[in-house]
Design a protein around this ligand. Structure first.
Ligand code: URA
Length: 401
């Protein structure tokens, strides 16, 4: 059977819903081997899928495990998911912020994909934080704290758990049907009333052009609506990193700054926009009101919000401006690759990430800079520092106003 499915996909022939369901079931029960699944993903990545096939894949992945339900908890249940970017730590801020504003946020997130950081990897830089809570624990955390941020498990969205890691390892991430099914299958099991999707567009995203990002947004909205989920899509820039910090623990620090009333303005603005709560959200952030909720979230997941983050003690290398002028470009794709080289991401499933490495920007795009001024600091553990430094330097353009 799998040989026929592979041939169909290789030739770009449409598969029946039952065949897609059987493929997904085979991935989960192991009767489809990892190399076979990887080949199937590669063919989809190159030849695409029709919209009805994408809907069937989403359904099959959603039904691959349990659905979560929240009896006894009053909604509304909302969530936000990004299609992946560099420096994107919005989920860490938005979940406690929404909870503080009275919404309930059952958030299922993912690990880093390619050069884009993953919410779970960031959270695991907090000593003790568990991203594999089981359904009864999730219910309790949602009831007590108002939000959780957890991963896919063997029971919840298991197909995405396997395919997600395989796509990362095989470079088969930038595919509209695969991203659509991956994101929505996680969200459809979580019993949501509303889903906000941040579709990233630019060099540091999987969709490099606006047309590609619009295609992805349309696919997410169509399949979401088809599955009865209200989906709101926003397109946002990923030619430049979001905020100043890139890398797991570094991004947690910046998210906490934002929750305490500080942090970079572009990050705060995007959080407020995606929250849909306007001035209430802005005021809540400015007063630091959601920070105790963050502490409660971390404790409920077994973590210690006061403990030093994993990965502390990295060496530092500063990159300075080579000329005076306006900082015209800070390329998110190149900076993401630089952070990945330093060890912030993984080359294959199961590899450890280095929590402490990454980049902190000292100036943002558009700023006036002077020759010799520090533009960014690379936090490193000795790994591939020269290659990372080279990529980071290529990411910078300084020009006239
Ligand atoms: N986020 C996901 O959960 N899946 C993708 O494929 C991309 C971003």
């Amino acid at each position: 059977m799998i040989q026929n499915w592979l041939e169909d996909r290789r030739l770009g022939r449409v598969q029946a819903d039952v065949e897609i369901e059987a493929f997904v079931a085979g991935v989960v029960d192991g009767s489809v081997t990892r190399p076979q699944a990887a080949a199937w993903l590669a063919f989809v990545n190159c030849r695409g899928m029709t919209a009805p096939e994408t809907a069937a894949l989403t359904r099959a992945m959603t039904d691959s495990g349990e659905r979560l339900a929240w009896p006894g908890i009053a909604g509304p249940f909302v969530d936000k998911h990004s299609t992946g970017g560099v420096g994107d730590k919005v989920s860490l801020i938005l979940a406690p912020l929404w909870a503080e504003l009275g919404l309930r946020v059952p958030m299922l997130s993912g690990r880093g994909l390619g050069i884009t950081g993953g919410t779970l990897d960031k959270l695991e830089s907090i000593p003790g934080y568990r991203t594999d809570l089981q359904a009864p624990e999730l219910h309790q955390v949602l009831e007590e704290v108002g939000c959780f941020i957890n991963g896919q498990t063997e029971q919840v969205a298991p197909a995405d758990r396997i395919l997600y890691a395989l796509r990362d390892e095989t470079g088969t991430v930038p595919s509209v049907p695969l991203i659509t099914a991956s994101i929505l299958s996680k969200k459809l099991v979580a019993g949501l009333d509303r889903l906000v999707l941040d579709v990233k567009c630019g060099s540091g995203a999987f969709m490099h052009t606006r047309a590609e990002a619009e295609e992805l947004a349309a696919s997410l909205a169509t399949v979401g609506a088809h599955s009865g989920l209200e989906v709101e899509t926003h397109l946002s820039d990923m030619d430049t990193p979001l905020g100043c910090a890139i890398g797991n623990a570094l991004e947690v620090v910046e998210a906490v700054e934002c929750l305490q009333g500080g942090g970079p303005e572009d990050l705060r603005k995007l959080v407020v926009l995606l929250s849909g709560e306007g001035q209430r959200a802005r005021d809540c952030l400015a007063r630091g009101d959601a920070y105790p909720r963050w502490q409660a979230l971390v404790r409920a997941h077994g973590g210690d919000p006061e403990a030093p983050l994993h990965g502390a003690g990295c060496a530092r290398e500063v990159i300075e401006a080579t000329a005076s002028g306006r900082l015209q470009r800070l390329d998110a794709g190149l900076l993401g690759r630089a952070a990945w080289r330093l060890g912030a991401g993984r080359a294959k499933a199961g590899d450890p990430v280095h929590w402490g490495v990454g980049i902190v920007l000292h100036a943002q795009r558009g700023a006036r800079v002077e020759a010799g001024q520090p533009l960014m600091t690379l936090f490193h553990a000795g790994q591939q520092l020269n290659q990372a430094g080279e990529l980071a330097r290529q990411a910078i353009d300084i020009g006239e106003d």
